[in-house]
Each structure stands twice: as structure tokens, then as C-alpha cells.
Unconditional design. Structure first.
Length: 230
């Protein structure tokens, strides 16, 4: 999934890097391979339009990449590998959270704009401002935002075979093997044991009614993980 030349658009404050990326695209000032990064977001958002607290002290960036099947898995693996360069062992909670010791270190939001995917990454560097989250500082990792951004750029610009990405995601999954509850956008509920991630990035859940392939939703882990990083 190789991208074009890297251009970094830096801002002290934006409503959200996703929105700023769209604005730059519409104005013809951004294109494939560019990244929008801000010190803070005043109206950051997560999946389903939910508010995402984004105070100064984190890394907030949107990467403009090719829209392709498996982009969600690719983005999770790229973020994990960038953190692993710092010696941080992470788990990937389906569909879009990066965990350390069961707590959220980073979140990923993917939106489409024509033939591009806007891959938004929000990563806690200083103390997290929400319950149930953690940060690099809290786990004793001293990292500069610039170094993290370059590591993410490097990973996102590294070609990857879809089969290798799926294997890498499965190996880091904090969800496979766990009992889970997944709530869909329309309120539908799936509960059972997560047994796999399929080639389309769907969560495979064994339920009392059979095996389901869940394409999206909010996933809650119903039991603790055996792996401390997860």
C-alpha cells in the first residue's frame, strides 16, 4: 500500500484533523500521501460521530492514503508497528482501538473521500483525560510527537501484502478468544465468543444461534485477557 510523496500540514489547533484534511482536499492543497497533524482538536470525533477528547499533549493526525480493501486492518497494524519501534507492546481491540494493559492508548477513525481513505489516529502521549485510557507517559515511555509521526508515516508508506496484514492483525488481536458483546449502529446486539478476524476485517463471533461475521459496531470485552498487553 505504497503512497506518494509525504507532505505534512501542521496546525496548533483545528476542529478535527479529519475535517481539516477534507478542507485541504477540497481546496486542492492536499492529496495522496499528505498528512494533517495538530497539537489539539476542539471537536475531535470517533466512530459514529462520537466526541473524542483531544487536549494538547497528544498526537492527532490524519493520513491520506489509497482507499482499498483491508484499510482498517492495515491502519491498525501500521499504528501497532510504529509503537513497537518504541518498545511498546500493544494489542488491537476490534475494530479500531490500540490497547496497553487493557487500557486505550490510541484510537483509529477511517473515513472515505472519493478514492482516498482518511486515516485518523489519536494517540495519548501525556496523561489521558478520560477514564479507562492510558498514555505513553503513564507507561514510562518518553517519546517525541515528531518521532511518532515519522514512524507512523513510515509504516503507512510501507507496502504490505493483504495476507501478511491479516496475519499481523490476528497476532496482535486483543479480541480473538474473548467473550464479547457488539452493539451495532442500529442497536442490534451480538454476543458470543470472538474466534477470528476474516479477510474483510469482520469479527467472527460464535453465538448460540451460530457463527456471525460482524462488519461494524462497538465491541465490549466481557472477560479479562490472558496477555497483559491486551
Amino acid at each position: 500500500m505504497k503512497q506518494s510523496a509525504r507532505v505534512i500540514h501542521r496546525f496548533s489547533s483545528v476542529s478535527s484533523t479529519q475535517d481539516e484534511a477534507r478542507r485541504l482536499l477540497e481546496a486542492g492543497e492536499a492529496s495522496l500521501g499528505h498528512v494533517v497533524v495538530a497539537d489539539e482538536q476542539t471537536a475531535g470525533r470517533g466512530r459514529f460521530g462520537r466526541s473524542w477528547t483531544s487536549p494538547s499533549g497528544g498526537l492527532y493526525a490524519t493520513f491520506l492514503v489509497s482507499r482499498a480493501p483491508g484499510i482498517a486492518l492495515f491502519a491498525g497494524v501500521a499504528t501497532a508497528r510504529a509503537l513497537e519501534r518504541l518498545g511498546v507492546a500493544v494489542g488491537l481491540k476490534w475494530p479500531n482501538d490500540v490497547l496497553v494493559d487493557g487500557k486505550k492508548l490510541a484510537g483509529i477513525l477511517i473515513e472515505a473521500d472519493r478514492d482516498l481513505a482518511l486515516v485518523g489516529v489519536g494517540l495519548n502521549i501525556d496523561e489521558p483525560s478520560v477514564e479507562g485510557a492510558t498514555s505513553l507517559r503513564r507507561i514510562g515511555v518518553d517519546a517525541r510527537r515528531g518521532d511518532l509521526l515519522l514512524a507512523l508515516l513510515d509504516e503507512i508508506n510501507t507496502p504490505a501484502d493483504p495476507g501478511d496484514v491479516l496475519a499481523a492483525y490476528r497476532a496482535r488481536s486483543a479480541t480473538i478468544g474473548r467473550r464479547v458483546k457488539v452493539l451495532g449502529r442500529a442497536g442490534e446486539l451480538v454476543e458470543g465468543r470472538a474466534v477470528d478476524i476474516d479477510v474483510e476485517g469482520r469479527l467472527v463471533v460464535e453465538t448460540g444461534a451460530g457463527t456471525l461475521h460482524v462488519s461494524s459496531g462497538d465491541c465490549v470485552h466481557l472477560e479479562p485477557a490472558a496477555d497483559a498487553a491486551q
